[in-house]
Each structure stands twice: as C-alpha cells, then as structure tokens.
Design a protein around this ligand. Structure first.
Ligand SMILES: Nc1ncnc2c1ncn2[C@@H]1O[C@H](COP(=O)(O)OP(=O)(O)O)[C@@H](O)[C@H]1O
Ligand SMILES: [Mg+2]
Length: 258
C-alpha cells in the first residue's frame, strides 16, 4: 500500500525540501520505492536541489497541458523517483487544486511512499498539500519563531482532520541556545521523531545537486535522515561504528580483551 507523507511547515527555510529529498533517498537506500513530488508549485525547489531543473515535462504540464502524471515522473540517481514542478515564471497561473488532488492520488499503488514537498505559508497551496497526506510530518528548526509557525501548521492540519504523526527538528546545534527536544514536544504536544544536526556538508551536497544522504552518506545529517527513515518503516537502526576504530580494536573489544 502506498503511504502519502506530506512534509510541512508554514515557515520557509526550515528544511522541508531538504527533508523530502533526503528522507526519500534514505528510504530508497533501505529498499523502499519512493516518489518525491514537488507540490510547492509557486516556488518549487526539488528539481534545483537535484540538478534536474530542465526536465521536459513537469507537474505543471500535468495540470495545465493534459500530460499524464507518469509523464512527469523521473528516476533520479540511485533510485529515488521525482515529479518536479516547473521553475519557469511562465507557468505561474491559478492552480486547479481538485485536479492536483486527483492526479497525485493516481500514484497510489505505484510505490511504497509518496513524499510531498509543500510550500511555506497557510494558503491554499499549503492546505492542499496537507489534504493529500496519510501522514503529516512537521519540520522545524529548534527555535521559538519556527516552532510557533509549526504550531500554526499543526492547527491547519487539525482543521482538515489530518494527524501530524511527528515533528522533525532540523539544523540542530544541540546547545543551550536552542529549544530542547523535551521543550518542543511540550509546546507542540507531538513526538519529535527525528533530529537532523546542522551540517556544513549540506552546502557541498547542494553544490553537487544531489541529496546529502547520497553524496556524504556518513555525514551527521545523513545519519539523522537514515535514522528517521528507519523509524518510519519501524526498523531498528544501527550505525556501522567499525569505521571509526581499527578492525583489530573492534575485534578485541568484541572478545572482551580490550
Ligand atoms: N541540516 C542542515 N544543515 C545545514 N543546512 C541545512 C540543513 N537542512 C537544510 N539546510 C539548508 O537550509 C536552507 C533551507 O532549506 P530548504 O530545505 O530549502 O527549506 P524549506 O524547504 O523549508 O524552505 C538550504 O540552504 C539548505 O541547504
Ligand atoms: Mg522548500
């Protein structure tokens, strides 16, 4: 059965798109079939992060030019599938949201997960993304202004009878200047299911136009996304620690000789 996951937050710049593509890639690494759909139709970014800005058919062509949703589906490197939106200003026009809902639903049964990247704000675009979700994941940085916007998104989801299944804290420094996981859970009354550290390598991945989970699989952010993906599919996650110590050391430790 296909699960539709919406990555949401009314605040821009908190890591929604980064989460959509990296959670998608991590799930793909774990053998799941995943499609990331760019439902941020006004300011789409998915294709730009993935070096696929000039694909011939986009979600806008499906909505406006009678193309099929499968015509706008592309296989990105290492198995992640994407449905990009058009980055051209020429495609800016009123969205037929009923049609959007209908064409995205057609993906049901074609993969394990459809991950929907959504726009900032509390407008029709954000609402319609939320309406497509079986699960809503709210993304926020661990700072009060972002958490306050996360709260608004959660209220919006509730107003549309959608359950927020978890909060993902991104760009976390894990220091005393930011809100703790406990604080966030108390304010939002929802479980934090993933913490993604602030990670300098993210900039390199953006420059390389590929997910960090692919370009730097052992970077702190990549490990965070893999842990989150494991949590979502209900598997225990184990990191290969051997890399950090010599084979001889880890062997002796395992035998209880060190
Ligand atoms: N864990 C992270 N560490 C460092 N930079 C990050 C991290 N997550 C996201 N970013 C950066 O934050 C910026 C905003 O991310 P983006 O995913 O586009 O946010 P949104 O989709 O919510 O607007 C981008 O420059 C992205 O590379
Ligand atoms: Mg975005």
């Amino acid at each position: 059965m296909t699960k539709f996951i919406v990555v949401a937050s009314s605040k821009g710049g908190v890591g929604k798109t980064t989460t959509a593509i990296n959670l998608g890639t991590a799930l793909t690494i774990f053998g799941r079939d995943v499609i990331v759909v760019d439902c941020n139709l006004s300011t789409p970014n998915v294709s730009l992060y993935l070096g696929a800005a000039s694909v011939p058919i986009t979600l806008h062509d499906v909505l406006n030019r009678g193309k099929k949703i499968t015509d706008a589906l592309y296989m990105h490197s290492h198995g992640l599938k994407i449905i990009p939106a058009s980055t051209s200003m020429k495609d800016r026009r009123e969205i037929d949201y009923e049609k959007l809902q209908r064409v995205i639903k057609e993906l049901s049964g074609t993969c394990d997960f459809v991950i929907i990247d959504s726009s900032a704000g509390l407008n029709d675009e954000a609402i319609n993304a939320i309406k497509m979700g079986d699960e809503i994941l709210v993304v926020s940085t661990p700072e009060l202004p972002a958490i306050s916007d996360a709260l608004r998104t959660m209220k919006l989801a509730k107003d549309h009878n959608k359950k927020v299944s978890g909060v993902i804290l991104t760009r976390a420094y894990d220091d005393e200047l930011e809100l703790s996981k406990k604080d966030v859970e108390a304010i939002l009354e929802t479980k934090v299911i993933g913490i993604i550290p602030e990670d300098e390598t993210m900039r390199e991945a953006v420059k390389m136009k590929n997910p960090v989970t692919h370009t730097h699989p052992n970077a702190p952010s990549s490990l965070g996304y893999k842990k989150l993906a494991a949590e979502l599919i209900g598997e225990k996650y184990v990191e290969s620690k051997e890399k950090e110590e010599s084979t001889a050391d880890s062997f002796l430790k395992r035998l209880g000789l060190k």
